[in-house]
Design a protein around this ligand. Structure first.
Ligand SMILES: [Zn+2]
Length: 148
């Protein structure tokens, strides 16, 4: 007898706010229950709660690098402009500091960039997300649903 709780069936985020809150919480965009990551940089292949497959296609998360790169560039540029031209801080201090920021920030923001990409993709492409849910199915994982 299988006494596990049945998998939850979620739906794609129905508003920008919902998509954003699920992304910031690093939760599954479909059920808002399962975690996206099992470690600092290790992403799960699918939701442990609803079975939604996170990486739809090979290279799916390439788009998240645009979010990460874009935000890093914006912060670096505006910080330089603000601190150099408005606060008068010299290049000898600014450039090493901002170069260090450009190396560290993408690692720190990596998980959020992927989560934002996934959640907003599910928001804007609801049909694709629902198809992916059906493909991944709510079938129980054979490893965890063995009969005792
Ligand atoms: Zn889920």
């Amino acid at each position: 007898m299988n006494n596990q709780t049945p998998p939850q069936i979620g739906s794609p985020p129905d508003s920008v706010g919902t998509a954003f809150s699920r992304a910031v919480a690093l939760k599954c965009p479909m059920c808002n229950d399962g975690n996206l990551f099992s470690g600092w940089l290790r992403m799960k292949s699918k939701c442990e709660s609803c079975g939604f497959i996170f990486e739809r296609d090979p290279g799916y998360f390439l788009g998240s690098t645009y979010i990460n790169y874009g935000l890093t560039t914006l912060i670096t540029t505006w910080t330089y402009i603000g601190l150099h031209f408005m606060a008068g801080i010299g290049k000898t201090w600014l450039i090493p500091g901002l170069a260090t920021f450009c190396i560290i920030f993408p690692f720190v923001f990596f998980r959020y960039a992927r989560s934002l990409w996934l959640c907003f993709d599910c928001y804007f492409d609801r049909t694709g997300a629902l198809e992916m849910r059906q493909e991944s199915g709510t079938k129980p994982d054979p490893e965890t649903s063995r009969e005792n």
